[in-house]
Write a protein that binds this ligand. Structure first.
Ligand code: SAM
Ligand code: SF4
Ligand code: SF4
Length: 406
């Protein structure tokens, strides 16, 4: 619980979902969620009592609205993921050298009717957020229709994009009012364009400037590789100037091998120097939210995932559905053949996969054995990215951890 969380603003809208252990509180404007393990039956509380209870989480000064959402819990952990990542396009308009996604389309994508049925099911299970993500979601011919549908159900809509589009598309996306837009910026103009394509940096900057004039929550995703470490300060300045946060994501050597992946990939030493830089920049830019894995050097770490239940991320927090309806605990795990394939959501239904998939149960029972002995575990670090570690080096322990160097 954190009443001092700087992300909480003066007005909150909280969705409350019942779980076996208690409740999850999901705050709509900030996308912050809390796991509540207190043994109380909130549903029988009066409105006033519920608001008082929520003030314990979101602070006294807040104007509080809330709603209970339906859930049925037949799974080992949560009744549903917190958020579902959906790949609505099998194609991309760029072909970045670092990208882990294969270019070839192998199967038919979901029809619009099946996509809507899937979104209905996610809604009925009580999923809080749907994130449209890569390949590049904005080039799907159904992008706007899918976004409108998600919004019509009042689900939290996030969009991951490379922002490689023109001004008219920028306006159309802003008019949609997604709740959250996440844009990739990998470095200075020179570095970003060399990784992505010539002219892509200027398009991204133009979109970020336009977004700054709106209240749409925005974040920059930055690939951290040996080639981009020198751009970290530039990215933080940029984020600060457009009121965006930044998530620094280390390059993982997943997917087709490329020279970039061979030459620029990270190790524990380079990760250490990245986190040192980020820690120093936080002092210079205290109002800019900087997220990184292994946030071991700051007094107050900011987490990629909330520290709860001692479980690695893909076991239940989020899930990933491919353009043809295959469900994986995480996109990174999809490139290891069928090893982590949980089933097809159209053939089996998502609820049934969520409750019965043996692969998912494997993740739900996984524990970070090495991390459990670490003094930072669940205090400053959630154990790195387990899917990234499995998919890149076939280990559960994240090789980018630099705790042994401290
Ligand atoms: C797969 S892309 C999809 C959305 C959109 N096309 C974009 O580029 O932002 C989502 C994020 O994954 C990152 N990414 C791609 N390949 C990666 C890799 N091998 N390791 C780490 N992150 C990677 C991208 O840089 C991007 O920020
Ligand atoms: S990182 Fe994004 S923009 Fe680049 S190729 Fe991959 S999916 Fe496309
Ligand atoms: S050992 Fe585990 S918990 Fe500790 S810093 Fe490394 S990844 Fe994080």
């Amino acid at each position: 619980m954190s009443v001092n969380d700087p992300r909480i603003k003066s007005r909150v809208f909280v969705r409350i979902r019942k779980e076996k252990f208690g409740y999850i509180l999901f705050e709509r404007f900030t996308r912050v969620h809390y796991f509540v393990t207190e043994n109380k039956t909130l549903e029988i509380f009066s409105k006033r009592e519920i608001k008082d209870f929520l003030r314990g989480y979101f602070g006294n000064l807040t104007e509080i609205e809330y709603e209970f959402i339906n859930s049925q819990n037949n799974s080992l952990t949560l009744s549903a993921p917190i958020g579902m990542y959906m790949e609505i396009s099998e194609k991309c308009n760029l072909s970045c050298e670092h990208c882990y996604k294969p270019k070839e389309k192998t199967k038919q994508g979901l029809s619009m009717a099946n996509t809507k049925r899937l979104i209905d099911e996610l809604y009925e299970m009580g999923v809080f957020e749907i994130r449209l993500c890569g390949n590049e979601p904005t080039i799907s011919p159904h992008f706007f229709e899918i976004c409108e549908y998600i919004k019509s159900l009042n689900l939290y809509l996030g969009v991951n994009t490379n922002a490689y589009f023109n001004e008219s598309m920028q306006e159309k996306i802003i008019d949609l009012r997604p709740d959250f837009i996440i844009i990739s910026v990998d470095g200075t103009r020179e570095i970003h364009d060399s990784i992505r394509t010539t002219g892509s940096y200027d398009k991204v900057i133009s979109f970020l400037k336009r977004l700054k004039k709106t209240s749409i929550k925005r974040r920059i995703n930055t690939l951290v590789s040996k080639a981009t470490i020198c751009s970290i300060e530039h990215i933080v300045q940029l984020a600060n100037s457009v009121d965006a946060g930044v998530s620094f994501l280390p390059l993982r050597t997943i997917g087709k091998s490329t020279n970039f992946k061979k030459d620029e990939s990270m190790d524990a030493n380079s990760m250490f120097s990245v986190v040192k830089k980020i820690t120093l920049l936080r002092k210079q830019y205290p109002n800019t939210m900087l997220l990184t894995y292994f946030d071991l050097l700051s007094k107050n770490a900011i987490y990629h995932h909330s520290m709860d239940f001692n479980k690695p991320c893909p076991s239940r927090k989020n899930g990933f559905i491919t353009y043809d309806g295959d469900f994986f605990p995480c996109d990174f795990l999809r490139y290891l053949g069928d090893k982590y394939f949980c089933g097809n959501v159209i053939e089996k239904g998502f609820n049934s996969l969520w409750c019965n998939s043996l692969i998912l149960k494997y993740f739900q029972c996984l524990e970070h054995k090495k991390c459990k002995k670490c003094k930072f575990y669940m205090i400053k670090c959630y154990g790195g990215c387990i899917s990234g570690a499995i998919a890149s080096v076939n280990k559960l322990d994240d090789e980018l951890c630099f705790a042994h160097l401290l």
